[in-house]
Design a protein around this ligand. Structure first.
Ligand code: BTN
Length: 270
């Protein structure tokens, strides 16, 4: 395994453990690391057990990764960039998109709690937007052993105090601080995030709660039952989101027909 600088409770990043749930109860803070997801994957590839929900948090992540080869850039010490493993043995593999729903709702609720007067929504499958700008992204990497779960590595980037962002992607980036002109204590934001992550992860273990979660996910989706410009097959068309299925495909209604899409087959326009 590679060696990285490990620091607990550095002066500029005081993060304390979250006591009321598995996610956040153990924390390792790294002062500089290419990617918390990659570091966690290295840890998990060792045979030592690694407790579910233990958090790897970077002060400075130098090569943060997003979905499908995108990068995630974050200024040192200003935002939350973290990863943790889950072992969702209770969840049938074919229902793996349910985890995406639960995690998206948790991050969405975190941002909504901090910015109650802003328009906060989820851009399918799991980007969190505030006033049409991207504030958070989630990277979920599933590891299976045959037909059972080995682990899921969850990476969350949540922009907190950063003011300037490079122009990247068609939805520009923003932060909690930028939209509210207030600066935030990273530890407080981390604790709000952990409380929502634990609540939604525990809801996921109760099959009766799934219909409500799915309803909440749909109602908070960018473009749900609302016309949006969507780049599809090289042209921009008007379409509205109707549903997502168990495999995570999104169903869009166009004036002429309805179609299902997988990730990267469509691109919403701001
Ligand atoms: C996306 O928007 O495409 C997902 C972004 C995920 C970024 C987080 S930051 C912590 C973790 N480590 C990574 O390398 N990526 C995730």
């Amino acid at each position: 395994m590679k060696l990285y600088t490990l620091r607990k409770n550095t002066n500029n990043l005081r993060i304390t453990e979250f006591q009321n749930g598995i996610i956040g109860q153990n924390i390792q803070i790294l002062s500089e690391i290419p990617s918390t997801n990659d570091y966690l994957k290295e840890i998990l590839s060792n045979s030592e057990p690694f407790p579910e929900g233990s958090v790897i948090l970077a002060v400075h992540q130098t090569q943060g990764r997003g979905q499908i080869k995108a990068s995630w850039q974050s200024s040192p010490g200003e935002n939350l960039t973290l990863s943790f493993p889950l072992y969702p043995k209770f969840l049938p593999i074919i229902q793996q998109f349910r985890l995406n729903i639960a995690l998206s709702l948790a991050v969405h609720a975190t941002v909504k709690e901090i910015l109650p007067n802003h328009d906060v929504c989820i851009k399918w499958p799991n980007d969190i937007l505030v006033d049409n700008k991207k504030i958070s992204g989630i990277l979920i990497e599933n590891f299976l052993q045959g037909k059972t779960w080995k682990s899921v590595v969850i990476g969350i980037g949540l922009n907190v105090n950063q003011q300037d962002f490079p122009i990247q992607g068609n939805f520009h980036a923003t932060s909690l601080s930028k939209v509210s002109s207030t600066s935030f204590d990273l530890n407080k934001v981390f604790h709000i995030l952990c409380s929502h992550l634990n609540a939604r992860y525990s809801d996921l273990q109760n099959a009766n709660k799934f219909l409500d979660m799915k309803k909440c996910y749909l109602e908070n989706l960018f473009g749900y039952e609302t016309d949006k410009e969507i780049l599809v097959d090289g042209i921009i068309k008007m379409g509205k989101v109707k549903d997502v299925n168990e495999w995570g495909e999104i169903r869009i209604e166009f004036p002429e027909n309805e179609r299902n899409f997988r990730i990267k087959e469509i691109q919403f326009q701001p």
